[in-house]
Design a binder for this molecule. Sequence first.
Ligand code: UFG
Length: 345
Amino acid sequence: MRVLVTGGAGYLGSHTLLELLGQGHEALVVDDFRNASPVALERVRALSNGGAFGVERLDIRDAPRLVEAARAFRPEAAIHFAGLKSVGESGARALDYWDVNVGGTVALLRALEEAGCGLVIFSSSATVYGEPAEPRPFREDDPVRPANVYGRTKAAAEAVLRDWAAAAPGRAALLLRYFNPVGAHASGRIGEDPRGVPENLMPFLAQVATGRRAALRIWGSDYPTPDGTGVRDYIHVEDLAEAHVAALARARHLAGAGGGAEAFNLGTGKGTSVLEMLRAFEAVVGRPLPHEMAPRRSGDVAEMRADCSRAAADLGWRARRDLRAMVESLWRWQSANPDGYGTDG
Ligand code: UFG
């Protein structure tokens, strides 16, 4: 298929792009590179042996240019990653988050309409669920009640996509709710490259291991979890990339059956605590990593896990890579590229 990939130079975008090319799809990457590096695309090009993709440097809210790019490429489907993604900064930059994440989604859908494209795979997040009401994995029909600005913009973009899909027959929107994506491509050539001090556990831990950060601070050791630290459902980025390709087939099927919108949790269903992750990382690196206990981080919950049975049944997909593969691949990427793509200044 011809697939338009917004945010295709980013962490999840670049891994999915590589998987798409490997599966014989054609792609057009649309990215403004505000939080991504063109080097990632050069590496995808090399890893895919000169893969069939074009690149348009633009902000998805630039409607005339986006329409022009979509009309010229004539996508059969779009995978929409482009957006702002930091929970921590979203409160202070609320209007930017609404503008890019929701306004950008509306702009994309208008451009797809102009280009006659009715299939969209959307990069959503487990954060749309907010606090768990009961101690069990989240299911897709659990209530959506996000507890931060970032999550509210993701939930709103999901609503926009549902309304868009319902507005004409044959349109399909798949809302992929990621849990905690981690790791890197097995080659170690592409990976996560956050700007500034990483907010998330895995990139922070990787930078502690290279010596770029002094010590990991463990935010909270008094949670009602087996070892007192927060438990999350980490998923390998390559598994996530495969899920997007599976979602394309599902979207086409859904559109053929009249269309509509469907949400899918993407995780492993397994929970890992911060301390377990630290130990797994130390085992791969082969030495202890400096860390200290710190108070809870505001907005964090004790535990989040995905019930992934819908994805298994309807996408025919399940995560295949374990914690060790996640940590090993991250370490391969980080140790070979201690400054990421080298654009951090
Ligand atoms: N943690 C630390 N120290 C750190 C960073 C994180 O102890 O320096 C802990 C957190 O308290 C939490 C766990 O590691 O228990 C994971 O934290 P992350 O920041 O890596 O991930 P979150 O689960 O907080 O957030 C992630 C994504 C969000 C998404 C959310 C959905 O970053 O984009 O999952 O649940 F919205």
